[in-house]
Design a protein. Structure first.
Length: 320
């Protein structure tokens, strides 16, 4: 793709202490401290450049302040998946990795692929996302401590048990905060009611979908499956025909959807019939559960789109 001379692409590599900036085609670069004052200092020169696109990697939350300030300043910022950027770097032969080089790669990525600028999440959506993420972290810590308890020597059992008790109390508090935040929004409250009317969908899956998949109900079934990463992708080349696999998408949403499906195939009549039919056809368990994830996601997408609660005879036919 040929770049218009008036176009300008900016890549910003975000680390805990520093922001490395690269500009194309000017080949300019500089850095600022990753703090409030440093971020504010970026706004003026970036506005002067009038960039076509500013590309930043998702870095576990380090990029949130930067993205918020630049978006509020009216700058076209997009936060992209780090794996896509590394795959792009490998494809272009850029194997070395430094903060400065990463910033240039991000600018090149923006120039070549032109990812769409998405509206910044509003304050409540960011708060819900943070709470859901924190809940997942607490659950992981509880699991880790329980695993340690089975192998730890007796002198530390009391300490581990006390930590588990404390974590479980924090989990209860986080669950309450998530529930309160959802109830504070009329839109979320209604969507939560619709989602949780489906057998197998509990508060965790509902909250994850509300903050992690705001496109639910606005896309068709194929698009929503691809967005989450439960759409099977071909692996064919020449005469070779590989198994269709799933990858990419929103892994955190997919992980919670998987746990929801384990419950849904037991208590949801539509999912249970679908699951048993695939099992009787000899499909591997992993393939069967993935198909059920796609089926459940299709149902949820239709329910939110049509604003209709679950009904006992609800069926959408095959999800393929």
């Amino acid at each position: 793709m040929t770049m218009n001379r008036s176009e300008c692409f900016v890549g910003i590599d975000v680390s805990k202490a520093r922001l490395d900036v690269a500009v194309l085609p000017q080949e300019e670069s500089w850095s600022e401290a990753n703090e409030d004052k440093g971020i504010e200092r970026l706004v003026k020169p970036l506005k002067k450049l009038r960039p076509t696109l500013i590309v930043v990697e998702a870095t576990g939350g380090l990029e949130i302040s930067l993205a918020g300030v630049l978006a509020a300043a009216g700058l076209p910022i997009v936060v992209v998946n780090p794996r896509q950027v590394r795959d792009f770097a490998k494809a272009t032969g850029k194997l070395a990795k430094t903060d400065s080089l990463d910033a240039h790669i991000l600018a090149r990525f923006g120039e070549a692929l032109r990812p769409h600028v998405r509206p910044l999440k509003n304050e409540h959506a960011q708060e819900l996302s943070a709470l859901v993420t924190r809940r997942r972290q607490i659950v992981e810590m509880i699991t880790a401590e329980k695993n340690r308890l089975t192998t730890a020597p007796k002198p530390v059992h009391r300490d581990i048990k006390a930590h588990i008790t404390w974590l479980e109390k924090r989990l209860d508090t986080t669950n309450e905060n998530i529930s309160k935040l959802i109830k504070s929004s009329p839109l979320w409250r209604e969507q939560d009611r619709l989602l949780r009317s489906v057998p197998g969908v509990g508060p965790t899956l509902s909250a994850t979908l509300l903050c992690g998949l705001p496109e639910l109900g606005t896309l068709n079934r194929r698009q929503i499956a691809a967005l989450v990463g439960v759409a099977p992708l071909n692996r064919d080349s020449g005469l070779f025909r590989g198994r269709r696999t799933i990858w990419g998408g929103r892994a955190h949403v997919r992980a919670v959807l998987y746990m929801g499906v384990l419950t849904a195939v037991r208590y949801n009549p539509v999912l249970r019939r679908f699951y048993l039919r695939l099992c009787q056809a000899g499909k591997p368990k992993k393939v069967t559960l993935t198909a059920c994830m796609r089926k459940l996601l299709t149902i949820l997408n239709a329910i939110v789109k049509n604003r209709t609660s679950w009904q006992a005879d609800y069926s959408l036919g095959p999800c393929h």
